[in-house]
Design a protein around this ligand. Structure first.
Ligand code: ZN
Ligand code: ZN
Length: 480
């Protein structure tokens, strides 16, 4: 692995660190803190963490290393195994302790051939990709007439027959929003489109990609089958190809499509979570958990989803060490495996640590790209609300405000949050996130060095303050 921390940084860490951290990556960029000389910090430690983060390239370098040296890393694949080895090395290089892999097994799926072509009225090829978990068509493909549903709701409201042997096409636009609010509604067709169509007799489904771009890259992503109806293949067309189909259909033509998707199920495969810690000086058994997910879809190199989250969470721990700060509680960094295929790493973690979840003070995952953080969302109760508001105030120099929306802390945090672990989220501006999400275009060049450094500052301050507060806001779990 290429070394993404400089020899200077490393020597400081090995030497036990100076009082104020070294800033080995200083450059001429104007950071928010430099721009506002009169900015007020809530404490000297917060000032150091923010300045160290903003003047460095911690997450940028980590994300570059992961996406370049491992590349695409589908859950359960040999590449995901290499990513775990990469993470063990990276965690150790940053200076984390207790670095380990917690393995678990998943049911594997691999992409095959994926083609779609209009046979009549205007023969031409389309850009398509299979959705994760989809069954295959015959190797020779399926050729059938299209039944068109402008939205997923149109399909749900359709009679429970009449689509026998057809290829269902579900369109529907996704709205752009900073917090990704359009994703949930748009994603229904990806999650449930195959089974809703199968209930009505369809042979296969194509959807307009769940995305906000107009590029010719289809967006993949996990789908689900209702076990009570036949499983039929489902793929996503790029937005321009969906537009093309709509133009033909809306002109009153009937369209005959040939669809070939040959993914296969690969049996039980290994996955795992990679864990490392800065051990707390006074309450080492109490854990503040920050995370990203290590796996990606196979089409791109997983830079915004979620190499950035690995870079941000590990980069934040690196900044705390570089600043020479020793947290009171343990700061645990987790690189979750197999998030894309159903939050499997998050579930495995909650299960393995179920007897110790009461010792988790706070958990938060970065999994929404590398855009700047603009808002804090709370997933805590009681006196934890004060702590979350304090953290939001500390992040004001970064342009962050306290929001009113609630959060479960990020996808892999959902299972432990459901079991009572307090959570919070640093909401990033993801206005353009779904232009790239789950496409071949999710690559490292899309990461902005200043924006990702702002995220590192946010995570470093959040983890540090949660480790230092005298407040004990461990929900109901502490009584167990
Ligand atoms: Zn993700
Ligand atoms: Zn994803």
């Amino acid at each position: 692995m290429r070394h993404f921390i400089s020899a200077l940084t490393l020597s400081f860490i090995l030497a036990g660190c100076a009082e104020t951290g070294p800033q080995p990556h200083q450059d001429t960029r104007t950071t928010p803190s430099q721009a506002a000389a009169d900015v007020e910090y809530v404490s000297p430690e917060v000032k150091t963490l923010i300045e160290t983060s903003l003047s460095g390239t911690h997450a940028y370098d980590i994300t570059q290393s992961l996406t370049t040296e491992v590349g695409p890393r589908l859950a359960g694949s040999e590449a995901e195994a290499r990513a775990r080895d990469w993470a063990v090395e990276a965690f150790k290089q940053v200076g984390l302790e207790n670095v380990r892999i917690e393995p678990f097994t998943i049911s594997g799926w691999k992409r095959g051939v994926e083609t779609a072509e209009i046979i009549t009225p205007y023969p031409q090829a389309m850009y398509i990709t299979a959705l994760g978990g989809s069954v295959a068509t015959p190797d020779t493909g399926i050729e059938a007439d299209i039944a068109y549903f402008p939205t997923f709701d149109d399909l749900v409201e359709a009679p429970l027959d009449g689509l026998e042997g057809k290829i269902v096409f579900i369109s529907g636009l996704m709205k752009k929003a900073p917090d990704g609010a359009g994703y949930g509604p748009a994603n229904r067709k990806r999650q449930s489109g195959a089974s809703e169509a199968a209930k009505r007799g369809a042979a296969a489904v194509v959807i307009r990609s769940v995305g906000t771009d107009s590029r010719r890259f289809p967006h993949t992503g996990q789908m689900r089958y209702d076990e009570t109806v036949p499983k039929i293949p489902i793929g996503a067309l790029s937005a321009p190809d969906a537009d093309q189909l709509e133009r033909i259909l809306e002109a009153g033509e009937s369209v005959r499509l040939k669809l070939t998707l040959t993914p296969r199920f690969a049996g039980d495969l290994p996955s795992g979570n990679v864990i490392g810690e800065i051990i707390g000086s006074e309450a080492p058994e109490e854990i503040v958990l920050i995370a990203g997910h290590l796996d990606s879809w196979d089409l791109g190199t997983g830079a915004i989803d979620d190499g950035a989250g690995i870079g941000i969470s590990l980069g934040a721990a690196q900044v705390i060490l570089e600043a020479g700060l020793r947290p009171r509680r343990t700061i645990r960094v987790v690189a979750f495996g197999a998030e894309e295929v159903g939050l499997l790493g998050g579930f495995a973690y909650a299960e393995k640590h179920k007897d110790n979840l009461h010792n988790h003070m706070l958990a938060s995952e970065s999994d929404f790209g590398a855009g700047p953080i603009y808002e804090v969302k709370s997933g805590v109760a009681g006196e934890g609300e004060d702590v979350v508001r304090d953290i939001a105030r500390a992040l004001a120099p970064l342009g962050v405000t306290m929001g009113t929306a609630r959060s479960a802390g990020g996808p892999d945090i959902i299972p432990m949050h459901a079991a009572g672990v307090p959570a919070m989220r640093l909401q990033q501006d993801g206005t353009d996130y779904f232009d790239l999400h789950h496409t071949p275009d999710d690559t490292f060049d899309k990461i902005d060095a200043d924006d990702i450094a702002q995220n590192v500052a946010g995570f470093a301050v959040m983890a540090w303050m949660a480790s230092e507060t005298e407040s004990d806001f461990r929900a109901d779990l502490k009584t167990q």
